[in-house]
Write a protein that binds this ligand. Sequence first.
Ligand code: PGA
Length: 236
Amino acid sequence: MKPIIVGNWKANKNFEIFNKISSKFTNIEICIALPYIYIPHTKNYNQEFISIAAQDCSKFPPGSYTGEVPASFLKDNQVKYVIIGHSERRKEFKENSYDFSAKINRALAAGLKVIYCIGENSEERDNQTYLKVLYDQFLTVVGEGIEIDIAYEPVWAIGTGIIPKIEEITEVVEKIKRWSKIINVKGRILYGGSVCYETMGPLQKIPGVDGFLIGKSSLKEEFIDICEAFNASYND
Ligand code: PGA
């Protein structure tokens, strides 16, 4: 599995990014997670070098679930990845571990790859309960023996410009690796939270970090520079 950069557009769009990524970065995979409604629109652009992700999927199968988008419909529309468990889904939509495990099961059964997000808030970091919180978010949702990418996104680092200390990220990445090993889970570990061209250097050197989940900077031209620099870091 190649390292990966995932741009999470959230409820925004900038299709210029598709035009600008006009060649393959051979060492890494590049993925863009865009709003459902614009997924078919990507066919108008050079899609050859970019994997498509959805930002969510339904926990239900196709049927009488007004407003929902089932995982199998995403698969039918060239979607490769789905992000599940983003902290904005936890906070703004009150989704919980039950929702996330149901969604992950649906997504995997439909043949999608899952990027599952975990992350503590600032209070949990300050009162030292963050490892327990992360362990619960991981263990109540991630099933034994599955293949899944885990994105560690401290809530206090998302969209704030605050980057955790390297030791803080390293500690969590090591834990995720250990927890994954115990239940025979395979996949990449991504870091997310205020990643930009200026901040990515030290982050990409952290052992066990196989990529980034990027919000704000994925909507800017800077995203191309990030991809180029990340790709170059895997040369030789
Ligand atoms: P950010 O967002 O890069 O703007 O901090 C990351 C995310 O929410 O996935």
